[in-house]
Design a protein around this ligand. Structure first.
Ligand code: DQA
Length: 151
């Protein structure tokens, strides 16, 4: 049987991880984040499609492409999470189990970061656990897919 695919989508400025405000985001780079996801996926024998873009519409298109292709979505929408109804609508339109990840604890930061539109489409949100949050998200989605397949 084909291995289930989980899409890991990253939004704006996450290509700057490692350089960008390390006191908030740490020293890990986006390549390190991808490795965290790949290691979790190998352990669970699933496939990962890991991407990053600075363009909102590209994220919308990537979410739409997940329909019929991926079993779940992990998204760090970055700043677009706080602003984008389009991303929320895209996630709602594909109806796939989604976990939202933020590296930093958005609730300990400026009040404009406390709300995300995208979280309304998410099963759960992981924030403040650094890049290890991505590994936890892969495990959580895997468990949910397994539960669904058993039903
Ligand atoms: C972030 C938190 C957002 O508020 C911010 O705009 C980001 C990164 C995080 O991973 O902690 O770009 O999503």
């Amino acid at each position: 049987m084909k291995r289930p695919l989980i899409a890991v989508l990253n939004g704006p400025n996450l290509n700057m991880l490692g350089l960008r405000q390390p006191e908030i985001y740490g020293r890990a780079t986006l390549d390190d984040v991808e490795q965290v996801c790949i290691q979790a996926a190998e352990r669970l024998d699933i496939a990962i499609d890991f991407r990053q873009t600075n363009i909102e519409g590209e994220l919308v298109s990537w979410i739409q492409e997940c329909r019929g292709r991926a079993r779940g979505i992990i998204i760090n929408p970055a700043a677009y999470g706080h602003t984008s109804v389009a991303l929320l609508d895209a996630l709602l339109s594909v109806g796939l189990p989604t976990v939202e990840v933020h590296i930093s604890n958005i609730h300990r930061r400026e009040s404009f970061r406390h709300h995300t539109y995208t979280s309304q489409a998410a099963i759960g949100v992981i924030c403040g656990l650094g890049v290890r949050g991505y590994g936890l998200a892969v495990q959580a989605l895997y468990d949910m897919i397994e539960d669904e397949d058993e039903r």
